[in-house]
Design a protein around this ligand. Structure first.
Ligand code: 13P
Length: 262
């Protein structure tokens, strides 16, 4: 299966022309790369301008960084899943820890967003991850982290099994990004071994709770060209969610090439 590389630009860059330049840099290294699926998630306001650069048949896909849970109505400032879909956007990140922290997004809101996104035909990347990790008692803190993530999954994914179109469940359109909050920021990633353990655990929880086999699980948190290979060489880690490095063209190029050769 192709590895998924999701580049989350967060609140950058500051102009559409810069965004177009960044995207073009993302497009180039993907042209000969059959092993990688590349998704670029710019701020909402650039999606329209970038959709004409990407084109519907491009190997690079567009994703949004958030979506609202209502289809339409009087919700000032919000963007619906259908608006994204109509623009040719395929993916949406939901439940990023920065939104949980700075915008007080609750698991209940995140759950509604996931249901709305999947119903509208978007592919959803749900972010989960524990806020801290103790260093002294490793086994104990990993156990605590697993419990934390399990609770997030249970709350955020409530009701997804009822989402069926025809006979096909929409659960397959979901991917989980394990992003330990303490590892975000570009300086201090999780170890590939611990991330692997958590990703295996997430897949186990999903298969037991939702009989959902084959849901992709990614790692995120200070991913760079230097460590990407150590994470993604493991077949269980299906991809990466990249923050800081996605704004550096040389990093993006090396990341995509490295993953393409795995
Ligand atoms: P960094 O790669 O900058 O740590 O960010 C990770 C992230 O939050 C991606 O969504």
């Amino acid at each position: 299966m192709k590895k998924l590389l999701i580049f989350n630009w967060k609140m950058a860059p500051q102009s559409l022309s810069e965004a177009k330049r960044l995207l073009t840099n993302n497009l180039q290294p993907t042209t000969n790369n059959k092993n990688v699926e590349v998704i670029v998630c710019p701020p909402f306001i650039y999606l329209s301008g970038l959709s004409s650069v990407v084109g519907r048949r491009s190997s690079v896909k567009l994703g949004a960084q958030d979506v609202f849970y209502k289809n339409q109505g009087v919700y000032t400032g919000e963007i619906s899943a259908k608006m994204l879909k109509n623009l040719g956007v395929e993916y949406v990140i939901i439940g990023h820890s920065e939104r949980r922290k700075y915008l007080n997004e609750t698991d209940e809101m995140i759950n509604k967003k996931i249901l709305a996104g999947l119903k509208a035909g978007l592919k959803v990347i749900l972010c989960v991850g524990e806020p801290t990790r103790g260093r002294k008692y490793k086994a104990e803190s990993i156990k605590r982290a697993k419990n934390y993530v399990k609770k997030q999954l249970e709350k955020d994914l409530k009701g997804i099994l009822s989402l069926v179109v025809g006979r096909k469940s929409l659960v397959g359109n979901l991917a989980i990004a394990y992003e330990p909050v303490w590892a975000i920021g570009g300086n201090h990633s999780d170890t590939p071994q611990d991330a692997l353990e958590m990703i295996k655990y997430i897949k186990q929880v999903l298969s037991i709770k939702y009989q959902a086999l084959g849901i992709r699980a990614l790692y995120g948190g200070s991913v760079s060209s230097k460590n990407i290979g150590d994470f993604l060489k493991h077949p269980e880690i299906d991809g990466a969610l990249v923050g800081h490095a996605s704004l550096k063209p040389k990093e993006v190029e090396t990341i995509i090439k490295t993953v393409g050769k795995l």
